[in-house]
Design a protein around this ligand. Structure first.
Ligand code: NAP
Length: 263
């Protein structure tokens, strides 16, 4: 996805995938300070520990507690940011949906849920109802992000959940259900007809939740669009070149159909 955008814009750079062990994290970031680097991306399980190795963490990423991308400044210093949050919101906006002033419901309380809840609060939702399998993790999320707005943390079988869904402008799946388990993370029936269902899962792109919400005639966005948008935002931070979503989307689609054909 990134390499397709580098090629399309004639940028002599490569996005290289590296698997690193926990004791290689520090040396990796020392390397990333070298002049030939534009920046970096990190994924689980290193989104938190990365923050200790940077010179600056931008406020959104600090609030979320995770960095997933960063750039190298000309002086060799490294600044980390979080494009899961901005990529999610860019994908929401691409659907023509405004979440401001309405309640939201988020399923999950892991790293991705933290980015989504922060992004929704930052976008001015009235409140976020966080429903998670483990209530303790949901409460931790509410405690740390509750300073940015109203966050209600509950279990998946909480009796207040159907009413919260009925008034929500957006319902987000930020669990791994649909990826690791072939099931829906929640029932779409209580949602209002103008609500947006957003599934962060992108493998597979069409999850049981996406199918059910589509069948009910709801607006639906899947995780691929968020992946593309967060990539576009990081790419622009590294190169100054924007509007690469289409190139990245095409590259991702061909990669996915090649992977499916090989499987
Ligand atoms: P994570 O930190 O491991 O959190 C996983 C979440 O899923 C937790 O809330 C967990 O609940 C819940 N969960 C797992 N199995 C469950 C089950 N059987 N029933 C109900 N809940 C279950 O993972 P993450 O990094 O937040 O990622 C979550 C999802 O978002 C993944 O599918 C990931 O691929 C996707 N994601 C997509 C993008 C994108 O650009 N589209 C970006 C980031 C992440 P407990 O707390 O109870 O264990």
């Amino acid at each position: 996805m990134h390499n397709a955008a580098f090629a399309a814009h004639g940028v002599d750079a490569e996005f290289e995938l590296r698997a690193i062990e926990p004791d290689e994290v520090g040396p990796f970031f020392e390397q990333a300070r070298q002049p030939e680097w534009l920046g970096f991306g990190v994924t689980a399980p290193y989104k938190q520990v990365t923050m200790q190795h940077l010179d600056e963490v931008e406020p959104g990423a600090a609030a979320i507690g995770a960095v997933n991308n960063g750039l190298r400044r000309d002086d060799g210093s490294l600044v980390g940011f979080n494009t899961d949050a901005s990529g999610f919101m860019s994908a929401v906006k691409s659907m023509g949906v405004s979440v401001a002033g309405r309640p939201a419901v988020v399923f999950g309380a892991g790293g991705a849920a933290r980015a989504v809840v922060w992004a929704l609060l930052d976008a001015g939702v009235e409140s976020v109802f966080v429903a998670n399998r483990g209530t303790e993790r949901a409460r931790e999320l509410a405690t740390s992000l509750g300073v940015y707005g109203t966050v209600i943390a509950r279990g998946l079988d909480d009796p207040a959940l159907p009413a919260a869904m009925g008034s929500a402008g957006i319902a987000v799946n930020a669990t791994t259900v649909g990826m690791t388990v072939d099931d829906v993370p929640f029932d779409v029936a209580p949602l209002a007809q103008d609500a947006l269902v957003f599934d962060l899962v992108y493998v597979p792109p069409e999850t049981p939740l996406v199918r059910e919400a589509t069948a009910r005639g709801l607006m639906v966005c899947n995780g691929l669009e968020m992946l593309v948008r967060q990539g576009e935002i990081a790419f622009e931070r590294w190169t100054g070149i924007g509007s690469t979503a289409e190139i990245m989307r095409d590259a991702l689609r061909s990669w996915m159909s090649e992977s499916e054909a090989e499987a």
